[in-house]
Design a protein around this ligand. Structure first.
Ligand code: AP5
Length: 228
């Protein structure tokens, strides 16, 4: 029987611990393949900034490096998935993070005739992740990501993408909270690697390589999927 997975909009999941490069790579894939990046971290930070009820409940959990409850995360993701732009395919960045979220995602996608196309496990070393997270900053205007050591703007103090000159750091990007986030990843999210491997949709990449090398690996994988 013909597999119609690729005739449906692609649903790509980037799985990996804090600092693995999910956001960095999702933005690049979004530009290259026209998919829409959905970061539950970004959606939750927007809810916190807007002072919504969900944001108020999520704030303390995020600052402590724990996982926000499945109910809150799923409600936020469901709302975003209802936007028409997601019909062209999505890159899920930071979701799912628990077995409950993975099961709920299947149900949500089924309502639109979609299913998970591919899950890419970004394999990295824990200690390096703390350094990546602690050195991260983003453009306050467009959200482009940078790093004190690994990715500086071409002109110091000026965003490569939008020319903005204001930058910001996340409240949870410090060594202590990064440790708690890593622990949450290993306890609750890493088991999803085996879950998706058993479904035959998992691929692994070495995400310890430089940003451009990782981008090439991902681009080749997504390109092959698009060509099927
Ligand atoms: P979220 O915003 O998703 O954070 P995270 O998973 O901790 O991931 P990060 O954003 O820290 O890392 P990344 O992999 O995107 O790395 P990046 O590309 O920026 O979640 C935050 C919080 O929200 C969670 O702790 C939780 O409380 C809550 N939350 C979110 N989703 C949830 C869910 N589904 N369920 C429950 N709670 C949820 O790269 C990091 C840095 O390294 C950058 O500076 C970058 O320039 C640099 N870099 C990237 N790649 C490389 C490379 N290859 N080499 C060198 N440097 C690199």
């Amino acid at each position: 029987m013909k597999d119609d997975t690729m005739t449906r909009p692609a649903v790509l999941i980037l799985l990996g611990p804090p600092g693995a490069g999910k956001g960095t790579q999702a933005r690049m894939l979004e530009e290259e393949f026209g998919l829409v990046q959905l970061s539950t971290g970004d959606l939750l930070r927007a809810a916190v900034a807007a002072g919504t009820d969900a944001g108020k409940q999520a704030k303390a959990v995020m600052e402590a490096g724990g996982l926000v409850s499945d109910d809150i995360v799923l409600a936020i993701l469901r709302d975003r998935m209802a936007d028409p732009d997601t019909a062209k395919g999505v890159i899920l960045d930071g979701f799912p993070r628990t077995a409950g979220q993975a099961e709920a995602l299947d149900g949500l996608l089924a309502q639109s005739g979609m299913k998970v196309t591919s899950v890419i496990s970004m394999e990295v070393d824990d200690q390096a992740m703390i350094a990546r997270v602690a050195g991260r900053y983003t453009c306050a205007g467009c959200g482009e990501g940078y790093h004190d050591d690994f990715k500086q703007p071409a002109t110091a103090g000026v965003c490569d993408k939008c020319g903005g000159t204001a930058f910001k750091r996340r409240a949870d990007d410090n060594a202590e909270t990064a440790g708690a986030r890593l622990a949450a990843y290993h306890a609750q999210t890493a088991p999803l690697i085996a879950y998706y491997e058993a479904r035959g949709v998992l691929q692994r990449i070495d995400a310890m390589a430089g940003i451009d090398t990782v981008a090439s690996s991902l681009s080749a994988i997504v390109g092959r999927l698009s060509a099927q």
